[in-house]
Structure formats: structure tokens, C-alpha cells
Design a protein around this ligand. Structure first.
Ligand code: TXA
Ligand code: MG
Length: 313
């Protein structure tokens, strides 16, 4: 059931969380599929509904920085990052405390924590008087939802309430940083660019995929539309195929359907439109989606990471 994210409905949704149910809710990055992080049966429902493997840990969402130490052992760097970027699209991995059920962390001794910037998410967490474990509200390995309707299309009525808060501003998932290594390691490129992080805490490492999979968001085939996708620097349609184009700035000739990420060539706007455009292209019965490569700076790195994973090569 999709409900508009009014104050009243957020309260209703918080009640569902408290009772062990599932609520999909907007964050500034993508929609999350939330359950009470301290209730392991509730968290188990997330895995069931998403068809997510139990080896894949889930991010815990909090509404105030003070709550960090209720769930984890934060370091000085963690507070520095929280001060600079929370609420916002940054997830930190830290040693976990006992209260966090192991199903949340897939048995790891580390928990991933984030304070989202969306007012509906913050209100929901606050009202639920607990912490909310939430992966992106899509089926495992499929495209992440940036609108309430995307959630409904994939998960339907298996979710008790879908709170509709409109389209997500950032549009790609949070950047994940592992603070248990020295220097810290970026496990997933995302909505906060690495350059901004390095300005605050100095140099970080970026994990090469498949080394040791801490985040299945690092798996090669992930974030995928159903339609095959190919990245091209100079997009050209392939003869005899129904080709859709995911363009960066401008359209090109010969494609059945064209989606433009940002007419002004702004990578932030492009990231915000990425999944939305892919969802639309995926509904057009195309043989292939040709995605134009974007510059790999700032959020362009997260965009290219998602496109490569959708390409699966
Ligand atoms: O922007 C986001 O991060 C969204 C919104 C809803 O907050 N959430 C999200 O969750 O993208 P999910 O589950 O789709 O992706 C989270 C990634 C997964 O690849 C998971 O493996 C990794 O975070 N992760 C979660 N807990 C972890 C942990 N303790 N250690 C390492 N990686 C972890
Ligand atoms: Mg996900």
C-alpha cells in the first residue's frame, strides 16, 4: 500500500516498524526497505521479501549522531565524518556492539551505520523509537528505486506500507567507508564523492572489486536493469536492434528512445536521474540500452561504477 508521507502516515508507519513490520521509505539516496534493526525476526523479513542472500549485511539508519555509540564503537574519525557529512549519503562501517543482531551484519563483527538526510526518513526513525535496518527497496541485484512506484512495481504488497515522499534527490546509494582499516577503505562509491571525504580525513583506499567481498554492492553484476546494457564513449545504435540511449548531455540519432541525464552536463543532476531513466528505458521492450560514458570525476565515478555493474562485464 502506497501512502503519502504525511505526518499522520509517518506515525502509522512507525507503529508498523515497532510491531515488527516492513516499511519502505524515501531517503535522499534511494528508497529503503525498513524494519526494526533490533528485532531479528523483522530483519529476516527484509531478506525474504528482497530475496537477498543472508550473507549480505544491512545498513542501520539512525536519526541522531549520539546514537552512533549505542550500536558501535565510533572512532575519532567517525565523529569527524559525521560532523562533516551527516545527515547525508555516507555510511560508516565500525565495530559493532552486542545489541545489533547478527542477522543485520550477516555475522560480521562490524556494522554499517548511516544518518539519512531525508526529513521523512529522520521522522520515521525518531517516531519508531528504534533504529531502522534498511537495504535499498528493490529485489536483490535489480535496479534501486528512486520513487515510491518503483518500490511497488518490484515488491508490491509484500511491504506493509510504502511511504511516498516523491523522487530521491541524490538518486544513487550512499558512499560506504570502512573505518576499521588504516587508512579507511571506500567499499562502495556513492552519493558523496571521495574527494570531499579526503578533504576531511586525508587519503583513503578504494577497494578493487572481488578482493574480499564485504559489500555485495561490489559484485560484478548488480544494480541491473532487465534489458542488456552496453557502455559506449561515442554511442551509436546497433543495426537491427531496438536500441535505447542513456545519454549524458545530448541526444543522438537513430535510437528508439532517448533519456538524457543532465542537459547542462552536471554530474550531480545526472546521478539523481540515473535510476529513474534506467527504470523508464527498462519498460520500453528494448533489445539493448546503450549508455554513454560520463567523465569519471566526482559523482561521475559512482555513475560509471553502477553502469559497469549493470553491463556486468
Ligand atoms: O543509500 C543507501 O545506502 C541505501 C539507503 C536505503 O540508505 N541503502 C542501501 O542498502 O543501498 P543496500 O543494502 O542496498 O546496500 C548496502 C551495502 C550492501 O552492499 C552491503 O553488503 C553493505 O552495504 N554493507 C552493509 N553492512 C555492511 C557491513 N557491516 N560491512 C560491510 N558492508 C556492509
Ligand atoms: Mg541495494
Amino acid at each position: 500500500m502506497i501512502l503519502k508521507a504525511t505526518e499522520e502516515n509517518i506515525k502509522k508507519a512507525a507503529e508498523v516498524i515497532r510491531k515488527g513490520g516492513l516499511v519502505a521509505f524515501p531517503t535522499e539516496t534511494v528508497y529503503g526497505l525498513g524494519a526494526d534493526a533490533l528485532n531479528k525476526e523483522a530483519v529476516a523479513k527484509i531478506f525474504e521479501v528482497k530475496q537477498r542472500p543472508l550473507i549480505d549485511p544491512i545498513i542501520v539508519h539512525i536519526s541522531k549522531v549520539e546514537d552512533l555509540e549505542k550500536l558501535a564503537y565510533p572512532t575519532e574519525l567517525a565523529y569527524k565524518l559525521a560532523k562533516a557529512f551527516w545527515p547525508g549519503p555516507l555510511t560508516m562501517v565500525l565495530p559493532k556492539k552486542e545489541v545489533v543482531p547478527s542477522i543485520v551484519t550477516a555475522g560480521l563483527d562490524f556494522v554499517a551505520i548511516r544518518m539519512p538526510a531525508h526529513p521523512v526518513a529522520l521522522k520515521l526513525i525518531e517516531e519508531s523509537k528504534t533504529f531502522i535496518a534498511a537495504p535499498s527497496a528493490n529485489l536483490f541485484s535489480k535496479l534501486s528505486p528512486t520513487r515510491a512506484e518503483h518500490v511497488y512495481e518490484q515488491l508490491g504488497d509484500k511491504v506493509d506500507i510504502i511511504l511516498d515522499g516523491g523522487k530521491c534527490d541524490v538518486g544513487v546509494e550512499s558512499t560506504i567507508i570502512d573505518l576499521t582499516t588504516e587508512p579507511p577503505t571506500i567499499l562502495r562509491l556513492g552519493g558523496l564523492d571521495v574527494e570531499a571525504i579526503e578533504k576531511v580525513i586525508g587519503e583513503v583506499k578504494i577497494t578493487k572489486e572481488n578482493k574480499k567481498i564485504k559489500a555485495p554492492g561490489m559484485l560484478k553484476k548488480h544494480y541491473s536493469p532487465r534489458t542488456p546494457l552496453r557502455i559506449m564513449k561515442e554511442p551509436k545504435p546497433i543495426p537491427n536492434l531496438r536500441c535505447g540511449l542513456l545519454a549524458f548531455k545530448e541526444p543522438r540519432e537513430g535510437f528508439e528512445v532517448v533519456e538524457i541525464l543532465s542537459r547542462k552536463g552536471d554530474l550531480r543532476e545526472a546521478a539523481a536521474n540515473l535510476y529513474d531513466s534506467l527504470h523508464r528505458l527498462d519498460k520500453q521492450n528494448l533489445d539493448i540500452i546503450i549508455a554513454e560514458a560520463v567523465p569519471e570525476v566526482g559523482l561521475g565515478r559512482a555513475i560509471m561504477d553502477r553502469l559497469r555493474k549493470a553491463q556486468g562485464l
